[in-house]
Design a protein around this ligand. Structure first.
Ligand code: ADP
Ligand code: MG
Length: 636
C-alpha cells in the first residue's frame, strides 16, 4: 500500500453505523467494554502465538492502556496484542459485513434501543461510534508494516501506512462527541472497567491525563500521578465458589456470552483426581439468535495453565449442549496443544464426560427446585435436549425425563407434559403411550384420528417438531409402556387386552361379520386406488369422521415422510392405508350404492380419499378434479 486510500464501508456496515450513531442513546459506556474485550482477545492471541512459535520472545508486560486527554477531547485504548495487517483490517473492520451485522440490525429494530447487545453479534468494534465522531486506529502485526485507519463513521474510511514505534499491537484513539466528556473522567473510567471488565486477565492500566495541570500537595510541590491498574484480574473461575458472588459471576457471563440478560443457571466447580480442571459454565436465559446456524459461535473457552487455547472449543461438549457458555481451565493439557489435536485428546474426552454429567444434573436440579426456570429452559432449549435424547446414547435415560410435549390436555402449545407425568396419569385400562405427529399444534388438536382416544379418555402427545419422531425412535418405551403413533398400524382401543390386537371370540365374530358386509365397498375403493394405497379397511379409531389415512405398522407416518422429503430426495413412496368408519352414515350410503351405481361411487370414493389426505395435511392428488366434484356436490 503506497499512500492513504479512501474506501466505502460495505452497505450493511454503513447502515449499522448510522444506527449506532443516531439511534443508540442509552448505556453508551459499553463501547469501552467492547474495545477492552477486543484488546484482551488480541493479547490472548499474541501470547498464544509466542508460546507456540519458539522463535518469539513472549512479552512479559502484556497490558491494555487507557489514556484520557481532556485538552484534545480524546480517549485512547492501546494494547500490545496481535495487531492486524492491512488485509486483516479490511476484512475485520469495514469491508466485509459479518452475518451478525444484519442480525444486530434486525434485533435492534425488534427489541428497540439495547446497545449492550452489540457484542453478541460480533460487531462490538462499531460501538466506538456511539461516543466518538472520529476514530483513529494504528495497528501492527509483528513483521508487517503498521496500518492506519481513520473514519468518522459516515460511509467511508481511510486506510494507509501507519506510524508506530512498537513492534506489534493496536492503538485506538476516540475523538469524543460533544457531551461525552464523562468518559475522560478517571473515576468514571475506573467505574466502567470494574463493572464490565474486572476479570480481564491482563492489567488494564489507567494512564493519567497528560494534558492535566499537575496537582500540588499541601506544601505546593507538584505531585506526579502514576499509571494504575484498575481491574483485579483474578480469573474468576479459579476462585472457590464461596469467593464469587452471584453478581460477579453474572457479570462474567455477560462478558463471555455478550449477553445483556443474566444466565438462567450457573455451574461452577473444580474437578480433582485423574483429570484436574476448573470450570464455570452457564445456561443462558434465551437461545442465541444463531443457535441453529452451522457457523454459530458455540463452544467453550479453553485455558491451559492460564493461556487461552481457544474461544469456541466445540470438542468440550456434544452438539446438543452447544448453547452452554463458559470457561474450562485445565493444567493437564500441554501448552502446545493444537486445535486439531483436541478431537482425539484423552484429557479432553474425560473433561467432556464430566461436563455433560454436570450440565444434565444442573437441568435436573432446575426441574426439581425451580419449575418456572425449567419451563423457560424447555421453551428455549427443549429442542436441543430432544436432539440429545436421540444422539447421546450414554445419557438417553436421563435426558428423556427432561423433554416434554403438548398433548390433548394442553390449552396451548406451551403447556407440555413429560413422559413421567403422562404415564402417572394414564387410566388403568390404557396400556400404551400414544402420540400424533402433525405440522402444527392446531392440526394435531383437530385431527380425526384422535376421536376414539378422546372417547376413552386417553391422552395423546402432540409431536409437532420433526425431532420428536427421532425421540420416539430412541425412547421406544417408557416405564414398560410402548410408544405408539395413533396413525400407524391397527389400533383397537376396545380390545380387552388393550394391546390393539387380541380380541375375544365374540367381538372377533362381530368384526368378521362387519368386514364381510363392507367388503364390496372396501374392495371397490382398494381397486380404484390400487396404485396409491396399500389397503382399505374398517376403522376402530374413528367416531365422527368418515375416513382417515394411516401408516402401516412399520411405515413412515405422513409427518415423518414430509420431513424426510424436505431433507433428501430419494424417499421411497410410502403406500398408506385408508381406514373408513362403518358407523358413519356416508359410508353406509356408499355401501348401498356401490353395486348399482359404480360411476357415482367412483366420484364419492375420490372425494373420500381427498378428504382423508387434506385431514392429515397432504395435498390431494388432483386438486382440480377434487374441486370440481365438491362444486357439483354443492349444486345438488
Ligand atoms: P468480535 O470481537 O466479536 O469479533 P468486533 O467488532 O469487536 O467483533 O471486532 C471485529 C474484529 O476486529 C475482531 O474479531 C478482530 O479480528 C479485529 N480487532 C478488533 N479490535 C482489535 C484489536 N485491538 N487488535 C486486533 N484485532 C482487533
Ligand atoms: Mg469484540
Amino acid at each position: 500500500m503506497e499512500k492513504t486510500e479512501k474506501k466505502a464501508f460495505q452497505t450493511e456496515v454503513s447502515e449499522l453505523l448510522h444506527l449506532v450513531i443516531h439511534s443508540l442513546y442509552s448505556k453508551k459506556e459499553v463501547f469501552l467494554r467492547e474495545l477492552i474485550s477486543n484488546a484482551s482477545d488480541a493479547i490472548d492471541r499474541a501470547k498464544f502465538e509466542a508460546l507456540t512459535d519458539k522463535t518469539m520472545e513472549p512479552d512479559s508486560e502484556y497490558c491494555i492502556r487507557l489514556t484520557p486527554n481532556r485538552a484534545g477531547g480524546t480517549l485512547t485504548v492501546c494494547d500490545n496484542g496481535i495487531g492486524m495487517t492491512a488485509e486483516e483490517v479490511e476484512r475485520n473492520i469495514g469491508t466485509v459485513a459479518s452475518s451478525g451485522t444484519r442480525m444486530f440490525l434486525k434485533a435492534i429494530k425488534e427489541k428497540g434501543n439495547a446497545p449492550e447487545m452489540i457484542g453478541q453479534f460480533g460487531v462490538g468494534f462499531y460501538a466506538a461510534f456511539m461516543v466518538a465522531d472520529k476514530v483513529e486506529m494504528v495497528t501492527r502485526r509483528r513483521g508487517s508494516d503498521a496500518v492506519s485507519w481513520v473514519s468518522d463513521g459516515n460511509g467511508e474510511y481511510e486506510i494507509g501506512v501507519g506510524d508506530s514505534d512498537s513492534a506489534y499491537g493496536t492503538t485506538i484513539k476516540l475523538h469524543l462527541r460533544e457531551g461525552m466528556s464523562e468518559f475522560l473522567d478517571e473515576w468514571r473510567i475506573r467505574e466502567i472497567v470494574r463493572r464490565y471488565s474486572d476479570y480481564i486477565a491482563y492489567p488494564i492500566v489507567l494512564v493519567p491525563d497528560p494534558s492535566a495541570e499537575p496537582e500540588k500537595d499541601k506544601d505546593g510541590n507538584e505531585v506526579r500521578k502514576e499509571p494504575v491498574t484498575v481491574n483485579s484480574m483474578k480469573a474468576i473461575w479459579k476462585k472457590s465458589k464461596s469467593e464469587v458472588t452471584g453478581e460477579e459471576s453474572d457479570e462474567f457471563y455477560r462478558h463471555i456470552a455478550h449477553d445483556s440478560e443474566a444466565p438462567l443457571a450457573t455451574i461452577h466447580f473444580s474437578a480433582e483426581g485423574a483429570t484436574e480442571f476448573s470450570a464455570m459454565l452457564f445456561i443462558p436465559s434465551s437461545a442465541p439468535y444463531d443457535m441453529y446456524f452451522s457457523n454459530a459461535r458455540t463452544g467453550l473457552q479453553l485455558y491451559a495453565r492460564n493461556v487461552l487455547i481457544g474461544d469456541d472449543i466445540k470438542e468440550l461438549l456434544p452438539h446438543y449442549l452447544c448453547f452452554v457458555k463458559g470457561v474450562v481451565d485445565s493444567s493437564d493439557l500441554p501448552l502446545n496443544v493444537s486445535r486439531e489435536m483436541l478431537q482425539d485428546d484423552a484429557v479432553i474426552h474425560r473433561i467432556r464426560k464430566v461436563l455433560v454429567g454436570k450440565v444434565i444434573s444442573c437441568i435436573e436440579d432446575m426441574r426439581e427446585k425451580k419449575p418456572e426456570d425449567f419451563a423457560r429452559f424447555s421453551r428455549e432449549f427443549g429442542r436441543m435436549i430432544k436432539e440429545g435424547v436421540h444422539s447421546d446414547w450414554e445419557n438417553t435415560d436421563r435426558l428423556r425425563d427432561l423433554v416434554s410435549f403438548p398433548s390433548t390436555l394442553s390449552d396451548d402449545e406451551t403447556r407440555t407434559v413429560s413422559f413421567k407425568e403422562y404415564v402417572s396419569r394414564m387410566p388403568s385400562s390404557q396400556k400404551e403411550i400414544y402420540y400424533i405427529s402433525a405440522d402444527t399444534f392446531a392440526a394435531a388438536k383437530n385431527s380425526p384420528l384422535l376421536e376414539s382416544f378422546a372417547q376413552h379418555g386417553y391422552e395423546v402427545l402432540f409431536f409437532t417438531d420433526p425431532i420428536d419422531e427421532f425421540v420416539a425412535e430412541r425412547v421406544n418405551e417408557y416405564d414398560g409402556k410402548k410408544l405408539r403413533a395413533v396413525d400407524r398400524g391397527e389400533i383397537n382401543l376396545d380390545a380387552p387386552e388393550g394391546d390393539g390386537k387380541s380380541e375375544n371370540e365374540e367381538s372377533k365374530k362381530e368384526t368378521d361379520e362387519k368386514n364381510a358386509r363392507f367388503k364390496p365397498l372396501t374392495d371397490f375403493i382398494a381397486e380404484r386406488f390400487k396404485d396409491s394405497l396399500r389397503s382399505v379397511r374398517l376403522s376402530n379409531r374413528l367416531t365422527d369422521s368418515a375416513c382417515c389415512l394411516v401408516a402401516d405398522e412399520f411405515g413412515y407416518t405422513a409427518h415423518m415422510e414430509r420431513f424426510m422429503r424436505s431433507i433428501r430426495q430419494d424417499v421411497p413412496k410410502n403406500l398408506r392405508v385408508l381406514e373408513i368408519n362403518p358407523n358413519h352414515p356416508l359410508i353406509q350410503k356408499m355401501l348401498d350404492n356401490v353395486a348399482s351405481d359404480p360411476a357415482k361411487s367412483g366420484d364419492w370414493a375420490d372425494l373420500l380419499y381427498g378428504q382423508a389426505q387434506l385431514a392429515e395435511g397432504t395435498p390431494v392428488d388432483n386438486p382440480a378434479r377434487f374441486n370440481k366434484l365438491v362444486s357439483e356436490l354443492m349444486l345438488k
